[in-house]
Design a protein around this ligand. Structure first.
Ligand code: ZN
Length: 216
């Protein structure tokens, strides 16, 4: 007989942060996947209270599950900020179950949110390696690269404009003179053409009576 029952819809496997728990069968949303097991620690017991490890699952102010035991397969489940499972804490029974909050496909890693305290104490200092945080970091890196490229482009454009500006400065007078000369030519031109237009209309009105006179 196999040591690990094939009825179980998960296996321990390699994840990006070490080991993790992966679905081997489709797991339906709402399904209880596994129980988080281990000795119960009572905070009123000094010996219990002195125990420190990364697998302590606090049920409430008094009771904590010490999940560091090898029997506790649920301890392989990694944290994710946008997980596909959650911890269902049953305070009165002092038991914790991991339950699917999404349909999980075979091969997918099973994750749940470890909570703010764990995150701030253990994950924040080293940077959370969950898929959504990695994605966020990747986007931030891409955005930083794009911003850097834009800044470089602007700097290059400034350098070109700067060179053009210094060239323009030396010929500023000439170009101003040319511009105003061109303007006055244009002004004269339009004055001339309106004068011509006036002359034309005068000529037309003058020629009409003449034509009449010729006919009459
Ligand atoms: Zn994360």
């Amino acid at each position: 007989m196999p040591a690990i029952s094939t009825r179980k819809p998960y296996r321990i496997g390699r994840s990006r942060t070490g080991l993790g728990l992966f679905a081997t069968k489709p797991i339906k949303k709402g399904t209880e996947i596994i129980e988080y097991i281990g000795p119960l620690l009572d905070s009123r017991n000094d010996k219990h209270d002195a125990i420190e490890n990364k697998y302590l699952f606090e049920i409430n102010g008094r009771w904590t599950i010490d999940g560091s035991t090898r029997r506790n397969i649920a301890r392989y489940i990694n944290h994710a900020c946008r997980p596909n499972a959650e911890s269902d804490v049953q305070e009165r029974k002092r038991r914790v179950f991991i339950r699917a909050i999404k349909n999980i496909a075979p091969g997918e890693e099973i994750n749940y949110d470890y909570g703010k305290d764990y995150f701030n104490e253990f994950l924040k200092p080293i940077g959370c390696k969950c898929a959504s945080c990695e994605k966020k970091r990747k986007l931030a890196r891409a955005e930083a690269r794009a911003a850097k490229a834009r800044a470089a482009k602007r700097a290059a454009a400034r350098a070109v404009n700067g060179a053009a500006a210094s060239r323009a400065k030396t010929s500023a007078r000439g170009s101003f003179a040319r511009t105003s000369a061109a303007k006055s030519v244009a002004a004269r031109g339009s004055a001339r053409s309106s004068a011509r237009a006036k002359a034309k209309s005068t000529a037309t009105s003058a020629s009409r009576p003449a034509a009449k006179r010729q006919r009459g």
